[in-house]
Design a binder for this molecule. Structure first.
Ligand code: 5GP
Length: 199
């Protein structure tokens, strides 16, 4: 079935379950590609360069920035993150969809960039953004602690950041509370299916 290529942005506070949802989507939809972001932060255990992120030095990041290679970039938790423009344009031009996992500041920048494009531009025509909410701040703390990948200090930083991010959930076209993973996932699939014309 020929479907409309989507340009999907997903944001959530760290620990809200966004990465799990993205992994499930990528498994279920072979025509959706993942936009691998660039970052200057250290890889976590199990993360691979070129798959989870392009792990770059600050110098390399700054060079790409000067070359205007990023669709958007932001400083999050003291590190730089950025989305490369070219791979996204290529995926959409091929008729496939792309999913971005970026923070609220990055999403706001992409949203205003997209709004400046002609209405038939693939990035604008297929645009949708979704905010994944944790059921509560207590639950978010519990999930971050259980994950065990971050130092306590990092967890506190992420929780503080989460407050600010939650306050901007209203900027998104759609919001999904990730209380029960299966339910949140089905809701996300429904949105994708409707927007891409699968149903
Ligand atoms: P983490 O270090 O936990 O992988 O990501 C930290 C935050 O950075 C998350 O909120 C994530 O969405 C955001 N992030 C990841 N990639 C990008 C990007 O390319 N641009 C922006 N603006 N934020 C990003």
């Amino acid at each position: 079935m020929k479907t409309k290529p989507l340009f999907i942005i997903l944001s959530a506070p760290s620990g809200a379950g966004k990465s799990t949802l993205v992994d499930l989507i990528l498994q279920e939809y072979p025509d959706i590609g993942y936009s691998v972001s660039c970052t200057t932060r250290e890889p976590r255990i199990g993360e691979e360069d070129g798959i989870d992120y392009h792990f770059l030095s600050r110098e390399r990041f700054k060079t790409l920035l000067a070359e205007n290679a990023f669709l958007e970039h932001a400083e999050v938790h003291g590190n730089y993150y950025g989305t490369l423009k070219a791979p996204i344009e290529e995926i959409l031009e091929e008729g496939n969809s792309v999913i971005l996992d970026i923070d609220v500041a990055g999403a706001a920048k992409v949203r205003s960039y997209v709004a400046s494009l002609p209405s038939d531009a693939p990035m604008r025509a297929g645009y949708m953004d979704v905010f994944i909410m944790p059921p509560s701040m207590e639950e978010l703390r519990a999930r971050l602690e259980k994950r065990g990948t971050d130092a306590q200090e990092t967890i506190e930083k992420r929780l503080k950041n989460a407050d600010g991010e939650m306050a901007r959930a209203g900027e998104y076209m759609y919001r999904i509370v990730n209380d029960e993973l299966d339910t949140a996932y089905r809701r996300l699939c429904d949105l994708i299916d409707v927007r891409s014309g699968r149903m």
